[in-house]
Design a protein around this ligand. Structure first.
Ligand SMILES: [Zn+2]
Length: 224
């Protein structure tokens, strides 16, 4: 039977195959570690049997994770913007509970991924919302393990989705999002200096757990 295997270490769902792949390209990148238990594979169905969606509100944003923790304990955030609701990052499990929670917040318009460690089950997320666009920088194309018709690769150093939302290629395999909230700016004008715009960055830093091996890298790149 053809199966889309998910790798336990990074949580990335792979394209269809009869047998579990020999290795995960993302994890074989030498900046990533291979878990001490060696490489193990699961499927979305199997994951759903033993895990639940972890749904929280953090900084007024819907945060979606998996419990008990899976892979590198990634989380995704729903960002309400003037270009619609953006799912920033994704996780390996897509449960009905999370779909309902997102729909209660007005649905999903677009998925944006900052790094291959968040590709996880992005294709399943897109399908759950009628095939919404997934935006990934073209430089990271080689890391996509499950090609999906909704993936759009963007190029260049930045991509403005509106006057408020800009994607920035942050170096290495990272992309960051800059969010300029005009309402917030109007209310807080006096507190701002030229280099400090209200952004989602503080929140986005927390999409990786503090203790995670990539946290330092994320910390540097997401530094405000
Ligand atoms: Zn991997």
């Amino acid at each position: 039977m053809m199966t889309k295997f998910i790798f336990n270490t990074c949580g990335a769902q792979h394209g269809e195959s009869h047998h579990a792949p020999d290795h995960c390209e993302i994890c074989e990148d030498d900046r990533q570690y291979v878990g001490w238990e060696g490489q193990k594979w699961t499927t979305h169905e199997e994951l759903a049997e033993h895990h639940e969606q972890r749904i929280e509100i953090e900084e007024d944003l819907l945060a979606i994770g998996i419990k008990p923790a899976f892979a590198i304990d990634q989380r995704a955030f729903l960002l309400p913007t003037d270009v619609g609701n953006i799912l920033w990052e994704s996780v390996s499990l897509v449960a009905q509970e999370a779909i309902d929670a997102i729909n209660k917040c007005g649905g999903l318009d677009r998925i944006i991924i900052s790094h291959p460690h968040f590709y996880s089950s992005m294709g399943v997320w897109s399908d759950a919302f009628g095939g919404v666009e997934i935006l990934i920088h073209e430089a990271d194309k080689q890391w996509v393990q499950r090609p999906h018709p909704s993936i759009n690769f963007w190029s260049g150093d930045d991509l403005a989705l509106s006057d408020s939302v800009t994607l920035i290629r942050a170096g290495g395999t990272w992309v960051k999002l800059e969010y300029f909230d005009r309402n917030h700016y109007a209310e807080n004008e006096t507190q701002l200096d030229t280099n400090t715009q209200p952004t989602f960055v503080e929140v986005l830093k927390r999409t990786l757990p503090e203790q995670e091996v990539l946290a330092t890298e994320a910390e540097q790149l997401y530094e405000v």
